[in-house]
Design a protein around this ligand. Sequence first.
Ligand code: 4UW
Length: 538
Amino acid sequence: MVIKSSHPPITVPTGDLWSFLFQSKVREYPDSHVIYSDSSTQKQYTFEDVRDNAEQFGQGIQQQWQWQKGDVMALFVHNSADVAVVTFGTHWAGGVVCPFNNLYTVGELAAQLRSCEAKALTTHMANIEVAREAALIAGLPLSRVIILGEQDPKSQFRHFSNLQRTSSISTRPVIDPKEDLAFLVYSSGTTGLPKGVMLTHENIIANILQSATVDEGFTSWQTDRTIGFLPMYHIYGIAVLLLGPIYRGITIYIMQRFELGTFCQLIQENKITLAYIVPPVALALAKHPLVDRYNLSSLRMMHSSAAPTSVDIIESIHKRLGVPLKQGYGLSEASPGVSSQTWIGWNSPIGASGQLVPSMSMKFMDNGEEVTQGEEGELWIKGPNLFKGYYNNPKATAESIDLKGWYRTGDVGYADENNNIYITDRVKELIKYNGFQVAPAQLEGLLLGHPAVDDVAVIGVYSAERATELPRAYIVAAKAYTTGDELAKEITGWLHAKVAPYKKLRGGIRFVDTIPKSNAGKLLRRILVEQARAEASQ
Ligand code: 4UW
């Protein structure tokens, strides 16, 4: 049975993202209103600052670099207000913004730069050595590597603010919002290595409108202030730190990264009213003693997404802080919001991920058949926010989107009689550590390069203590090696030098005799997942 959103459908305007955000007349707040306030650098951008700086930057790359529609701007940055200027400036010039985790190693970044065929790379001085080496490996000219934030005066790299127009004659390329991309974000989807998720201008505008509907009438640019620590390189951060504030006019206090004390301090100082968080942060707000030292009474709503938040945590937060925490469900491929509790309806019922956002449909499938309402099945979704496909990967696209436009999410859940959606499990390979994607296939591929590893499978094991999954490797060791703590330590040390810290094997290594496989040789990670769950519940 197909369920449809009960909200009235949205109408997506026909223009591109730049025109929608900076030229449409729907904006309620004044040009002089501060949108991005950078808590680390104290830099503030009003709406007109963002628009004017972004336009200058867009014209600069067009005139100085001959930037073409569709050219990809890779971002390798920590959170800062300047990211908005480069992002929207790239859109002004018809470019595609492709953000990467700023903790990537040289090898990871170089592979991604090649995969997305980046024409330029924006980074901070703190990351310049990794950026430089990766650009050289990927064949990206160093003149196309630019710096945000503070710059070392001796640096050979150009600051983004120096890339300004040289002439006032500049025209924007014509963008087809249904075809042309605004963002390319990486996700492993249901299987395999991370793939570029192609998000068109129409996808992004649709989800801005869909998400805004959820809180309509409950938020106001005049009285609300929000705080942003979610990384701007993840789709949740893009939606909440970059797009939401400029569309709604709600000032965001940007944090470079999460730190509980600073988070609470900023809420207290700036009388923050809304916060977008992830389950491990919800856990800290529910249980950590540090929270009692701050006055967080200005908070009136929080939203948690990217992984499930338990009913116990939601109730504890409400009891401790008096703040409702609503849940949303989504994924990169849906730009990202699919369903959300509304502020007023957050407690009906707690634990659900709310109802479908406007113009979205969902069905629950089991073995190719739709299940009846209330029964569990894999979630398939459809809507104007659904991505165009995986970049340069028609096979993966065809395997995940059927001919009628339904996308198989790889998540499992059900809808109750009021169409509240519950996410109960995940059948795709993906591991989520603190809300970030870890693709088991990537870690397995690397681990097989270690001489002591004959065979391997990586899964996520849930830690209630940390409210997140932790990657764990099951390894069949080569005969010449003695298994034990020493070998486990040697393998993890070797792997951890090759990957960003969030991919570490925090769930440990287990040495086993065989890895479960199907007759066709396909890894049966699911068996290991079930075993680990059974072990944990003993
Ligand atoms: N419960 C259980 C949930 C939930 C969940 C996500 O890295 P990605 O591709 O994307 C995200 C998107 C987060 C997001 C959701 C809705 C929303 O409103 C919003 O704010 C604007 C952001 O994390 O990972 C997608 C995968 O993460 C899991 C699920 O497995 C999904 O396929 N996931 N939300 N409430 N699991």
